[in-house]
Each structure stands twice: as C-alpha cells, then as structure tokens.
Design a protein around this ligand. Structure first.
Ligand code: GLA
Length: 384
C-alpha cells in the first residue's frame, strides 16, 4: 500500500514541478502505542511502535526564491519565504512544515529553498500521529537534502518543537520517537527521560491488534492536552521533583491535602500508568497474554475516570470489548477525546468482532466507526 502512496507522490511531483531531477523520496510512519498514555511528558515510559501507514514525501532543492509544498490528499499548494517564518492562523498542515523549517533555523541550520509533495494514508484525527509522521518526513528530507548533519535524536527534537510552537500542542516525545526509530515487527519500550528504547519482538500468539476508530475528534483535545500537562507539572513542583516519573503513591499522598481531588486523581493515574508499562513489558517476556489484556483495561479505566481524556464513543467501544470473551483487552490510544481504541482480539474471531462492534456503534451513534489491523514497521527512511 505504501508503494502505491510513494508512486503517487512521485508522479504528482513530476506534474507539479516539471523537475528533470529526481526528488528524494522519504517514507515516515505513524505509530500505535500499546500502553503508557500521557506518560511521555512526565519523563515516564511508553510502549509505541511505528506502523505500516504514514506520510510519503518527495522533495528536491529549488533555485526559485520561494519554497513550495503540495499536499496531494487535499490538492493544496503552499508557497512561502524561508525568511521571517511565523505560525499561520488556522494553517493546518502548513504549520507543521513551517514549524520544521523554522525550528531547523533556530537550531542554527541553514535550509535552502525546496519543492515538495507529500501524501498520507493515516486517517486524520485517529490518534495515530499523522502530524509526527509529517514533521519527521520533512526534517529527515531537509537534513539529507541540505547536508545538515543532524542525528535522529536532534531531528525528533526539532519535530517536537514544531508541534509545540507551530501546532500549539505541548506534546511529549513518544510520537516523533516512534515514527523515527520504529523497528519492523517490534514495539519499543521507550524511556522518555533518556530518550532511548528497547525493542520487543511482538507476537501475541492467537491474538492480534485491532484498531477501532471512532472517527470523532472532540474540539477540546488540544487545550485539554496542554491543561493535563500543566497539572502534572504543578504537582511535580509541589513534590519538589523533576517529573511525576519520580513520584510514588506514598509521595503523592503526602501532599494530598494541598491539591484538589481532581489533580490528585490525575497524578495518581500517571504514577499507575507508568508502572503498568513496566508490568506490560514483563508480561510480554513471560508470554503472559492475559495480563497484557488486563493492563489494557486498567489503562483505559484510568484514562477515562481519573485522567479524564476519554469520551462517550471511546468508552462505548471499550465496554463492547469487555463484553466479548474473544477480546483480551482494550483501551483508548493517543491523546484522547476521540481517535482509536487499541484491542487485543482473537485472530479467528477478528472478523466477527469487527462486524458486531461496527453494528453496535452505528446503532448507538448513528455514524460509522472504522476498523484497521496494522503491521509494526520501520521508522522514517529514504525509499528511493
Ligand atoms: C499525543 C502526544 C504524545 C503523547 C500522547 C498521549 O499523541 O503527541 O506526546 O503525550 O498524546 O500519550
């Protein structure tokens, strides 16, 4: 499927720019996350993996006085000056590209003008990090094209800054990391403090991962995300620690009377979720598939009732999974307020559950959910 995407981007590049030179071609994947949600900006652990869906980019140097980016899916062209870049009001996809260029400049790198075409096959708003894939494709492409000499670690920090300063989301590093460093058939036990990971070959035996997209993205997602981050930082400060990763339940209980019940519950969630990631990795090592499922349900419970980043549609999907004995575990994935659930479903029963849950979802919300299976794939790479 990606071959097709890459071909389309290549063809469109030719049409748009009539360039005789062949462009550099990059593929940058989206990600899933097995467990460890909202832990990344708390210096904690997460368990993401790059997937076989993402962004394909064709890019080449240009002699023109402007740079050009063409969004093939939207059929929109954007031309801009490399000097005086600032975030656009309601700029959508443009801001990710502007952000990457501007953050490269802030890092002291000189980028020349370029022509580019990109397209993606990650459903937008699904919580599968199409934005990190887009940022990484450009930072990787520009690094290569203009010989900037950046390491992958530097590149993902630039992508993250683009997200902070040009998309306005104070995200952690999980998405950009997974998209850049993904390994085929593996998930990455990521320590977001050291920004290093350990790959785990994933084999769920008789089970496989199913993503169910609610196809909704509730409006408050961005502001709520930044609010959650602020709460975590406030509680860390009170505890006199760098981040909630360093706190235990006992530490938190000592300041319980100094914070609101809501903030207490949110911090509690982070401490629990961080521990769950480590338990999850142990269960994988022991081939203890039932524990994996339980941990997914516990994670959702925390995200929904303590951290409060779920929504009716996501809760509905997790409840339907709980009712079905062929589903071992289920939880919302990503930032929340819409997007996907990630489910561990018995291989033989995959189709049946898909049919069943889709029907129930339609009855409840009068709109369709979408079901995907994904493969764990390699991170951002040149595909020429
Ligand atoms: C979004 C952010 C990530 C992470 C997740 C929640 O995807 O971009 O940094 O915080 O939400 O785990």
């Amino acid at each position: 499927m990606n071959k097709k995407l890459i071909k389309e981007v290549k063809r469109s590049f030719k049409t748009q720019f009539k360039d005789k030179d062949k462009p550099l071609l990059i593929f940058s994947p989206g990600r899933i996350n097995l467990i460890g949600e909202h832990t990344d900006y708390n210096d904690g652990f997460a368990f993401p993996a790059a997937i076989n869906k993402g962004i394909a980019l064709a890019i080449s140097k240009s002699d023109s006085k402007k740079s050009k980016a063409y969004a093939l899916n939207k059929e929109e062209m954007y031309e801009f000056d490399l000097e005086g870049i600032a975030p656009l009001n309601k700029g959508g996809w443009r801001n990710y590209i502007l952000g990457v260029v501007a953050e490269l400049q802030n890092f002291g790198k000189t980028v020349g003008n370029f022509n580019s075409v990109f397209a993606g096959n990650i459903p937008g708003g699904a919580g599968m990090s199409s934005s990190a894939a887009l940022e990484n494709s450009f930072v990787y492409g520009l690094n290569e094209l203009f010989d900037l000499g950046l390491t992958k670690h530097e590149m993902i920090l630039i992508s993250q800054k683009a997200e902070h300063n040009y998309a306005g989301v104070k995200c952690g590093i999980m998405d950009q990391y997974a998209s850049m460093f993904g390994i085929k058939k593996s998930a990455l036990l990521l320590d977001t403090r050291t920004v290093e990971s350990e790959p785990y070959k994933i084999d769920f035996k008789d089970y496989k991962l199913m993503l169910i997209n609610t196809n909704v993205k509730h409006d408050l997602s961005e502001s709520a995300y930044n609010d959650r981050r602020e709460v975590c930082e406030k509680v860390s400060k009170l505890l006199n620690i760098v981040a909630l990763r360093d706190a235990s339940k006992e530490d938190l209980d000592k300041i319980k009377s100094d914070i609101s019940e809501e903030d207490y519950q949110k911090a509690r969630y982070i401490i629990n979720e961080n521990n769950r990631v480590l338990e999850f990795s142990e269960a994988i090592q022991k081939d203890d598939i039932n524990t994996l499922g339980d941990l997914l349900y516990q994670s959702h419970e925390g995200l929904s009732t303590k951290y409060k980043v779920s929504c009716a549609e996501l809760d509905f999907l997790v409840d339907r999974a709980k009712e079905n004995e062929n589903v071992l575990g289920s939880r919302m994935m990503g930032g929340g307020f819409g997007g996907c659930t990630i489910n561990l479903v018995k291989k033989d029963e995959f189709k049946k559950f898909k049919k069943e849950v889709s029907k129930k979802f339609r009855q409840a919300f009068e709109t369709d959910c979408s079901v995907y299976s994904v493969k764990l794939a390699q991170g951002t790479q040149i595909v020429n």
